[in-house]
Design a protein around this ligand. Structure first.
Ligand code: RIB
Ligand code: CA
Length: 320
């Protein structure tokens, strides 16, 4: 039985790989993509998502545009924040041809609420972007969490940060939305933070093999090459000429849960402090007195991830 999945994306370079894997994997019924601001505004994240699905020959997957600003206003102006990495890692030159496909109506938040209310089978939510759409849908109808068997979130960090020393981009962009999601009472919330994604980096050698897999493999290789250049320039990994493909690790987990190591911890989000705004506080030592509300991945199997990535694209055969 295929697993029904909704991907919430701010398509940039790693979201695009996640859309490829979800759109191609035989185990997944990708019932829709919802787009949100983050790496880019929703004009661009929506267009980029449509382009990827068109390349896959998956125009049957509806794309719905979501929200373009945080769920709650940021309580102060960042004086010294510089997010130069985003432009380098998610360049506007998106290496997949334009498409005439357009987003479907209604918009993302209304569609999420309607779809989850009407669900007759469990739906897996995979937000790999700021959690603005998900928080808005929960606020409209808190009961929608009951239709979700598992929410798998790319976001947060325990011992790392990428937009500040202590915060990861998806959470930092909308910490109040993340707080709403962590408190919403999902039956099973899996958090895939930087601590895991940075342990599943992809290398130039691996993308050389992807490049041999037809138009989809070539596009994946170029997207990852953009990421490797961007990481080398702005936040080089321990192994140079490699880059994390954060969002794709969430889809890999759906295909093979052993690709990440998860454990139950309480996770809270800082929504107020200028110093640690957007930090996910993962209570690994059980000091908060709160019950765990998430399964948090603090490690990943890079070789397993690389094989899953290559295998899904290779099995897809030549795209149309
Ligand atoms: O911090 C990494 C996350 O931020 C990824 O989802 C990337 O696409 C950006 O949204
Ligand atoms: Ca993303």
């Amino acid at each position: 039985m295929k697993r029904k999945v909704v991907l919430d994306v701010d398509t940039g370079t790693d979201d695009a790989i996640a859309v490829m894997m979800a759109g191609l994997a035989r185990e997944i019924d990708l019932i829709g993509c919802t787009t949100v601001w983050g790496n880019h505004g929703t004009d661009e994240t929506t267009e980029n998502t449509l382009r990827v699905l068109d390349l896959l020959g998956r125009d049957d997957v509806p794309v719905r545009r979501g929200l373009d600003r945080p769920f709650a206003p940021i309580p102060f102006i960042f004086e010294d924040h510089v997010d130069s990495a985003r432009e380098a890692i998610h360049p506007h030159e998106f290496p997949i041809p334009r498409t005439s496909e357009r987003q479907a109506e209604p918009g993302a938040v209304e569609w999420l609420v309607e779809t989850l209310r009407a669900a007759t089978e469990p739906i897996t939510l995979v937000p790999v972007a700021p959690l603005t759409n998900i928080a808005a849908a929960i606020t409209l109808d808190p009961s929608i969490v009951d239709a979700v068997d598992e929410i798998v979130i790319m976001g947060g960090a325990h011992a790392l940060g990428n937009v500040t020393p202590s915060a990861e981009a998806n959470i930092w962009h909308d910490p109040v939305a993340a707080d709403v999601v962590f408190r919403a009472g999902f039956e099973r919330l899996v958090l895939v933070p930087l601590d895991a994604t940075h342990r599943a980096n992809v290398s130039l050698g691996q993308i050389a093999r992807l490049r041999e897999l037809g138009p989809v493999g070539a596009a994946a290789a170029e997207l990852i090459a953009q990421r490797i250049r961007g990481y080398n320039e702005t936040q080089p990994m321990d192994e140079v000429d490699t880059a994390p493909i954060h969002d794709a690790l969430c889809i890999a987990y759906l295909l093979d849960p052993e690709v990440i190591d998860i454990a139950p911890y309480h996770v809270a989000v800082d929504t107020v402090s200028p110093l640690t705004f957007g930090k996910t506080v993962v209570d690994v030592a059980g000091r908060s007195g709160h019950k765990p509300n998430a399964y948090v991945a603090l490690d990943a199997d890079a070789q397993r991830f690389g094989s899953l990535l290559h295998g899904v694209i290779a099995a897809s055969g030549p795209a149309r």
